[in-house]
Design a protein. Structure first.
Lengths: 113, 119
């Protein structure tokens, strides 16, 4: 199985400031034949299902604010929130869909400082 | 707009079989890949398995021997059966849909249903 490890486990950021969440996979999730990274980011608010923010490591899902961006390749990835809004308080998960079993990171809890 | 809704018992006894259904509305189940994902209380997400529109399945090896996912196209539903449950199977169970270009990234989720395993 591909193990996904996120850092930090929790993060407190002031409103309007930037936030960065890291994700590392135990093996590359870059598929050489199409040069795509099989990596998604999700946001989960209390009592709600996860919501996809980013797929292919850097493609924003329709309707997701452009303050959310994804970057990275191979085994190291980053989710960046450029200017934190109150509604961004949530747990964020990375997930690889390169191979089954699909696996998720342990989650990063983002709070307001 | 496709919507998913899980249903089934909220309480299952140890050693029995957990059975859940996911009803798809606003779209056909005869396309895409359909997954079950679970989340133990206060913990992260675990993919359980998927079934394709054609009925092929792929299960998480950690649960493989206990899991069955099936499709009912006449009811636009798919179902999960997990046998020989223990307290470790207590979780919120989500059904989800993959994108049309990949089974494993999920852009549609049900609201989730809490299942507790207890006598």
């Amino acid at each position: 199985d591909i193990v996904m490890t996120q850092s930090p486990d929790s993060l407190a950021v002031s409103l309007g400031e930037g936030a960065t969440i890291n994700c590392r996979s135990s093996q590359s999730v870059l598929y050489s034949s199409n040069n795509k990274n099989y990596l998604a980011w999700y946001q989960q608010k209390p009592g709600q299902p996860p919501k996809v923010l980013i797929y292919w490591a850097s493609t924003r899902e329709s309707g997701v604010p452009d303050r959310f961006s994804g970057s990275g390749s191979g085994t190291d990835f980053t989710l960046t929130i450029s200017s934190l809004q109150a509604e961004d308080v949530a747990v964020y998960y990375c997930q690889q869909y390169y191979s089954t079993p699909y696996t998720f990171g342990q989650g990063t809890k983002l709070e307001i400082k | 707009q496709v919507q998913l809704q899980e249903s089934g018992p909220g309480l299952v006894k140890p050693s029995e079989t957990l059975s859940l259904s996911c009803t798809v509305s606003g779209g056909s189940i005869s396309t895409y890949y359909w997954s079950w994902i679970r989340q133990p209380p206060g913990n992260g997400l675990q993919w359980i398995g998927y079934i394709s529109y054609s009925g092929s399945t792929n299960y998480n090896p950690t649960l493989n021997s206990r899991v069955t996912i099936s499709l009912d196209t006449s009811r636009n539903q798919f179902s999960l059966k997990l046998s020989s449950v223990t307290a470790a199977d207590t979780a919120v169970y989500y059904c989800g849909r993959g994108y049309n270009w990949n089974a494993g990234a999920f852009n549609v989720w049900g609201q989730g249903t809490m299942v507790t395993v207890s006598s």
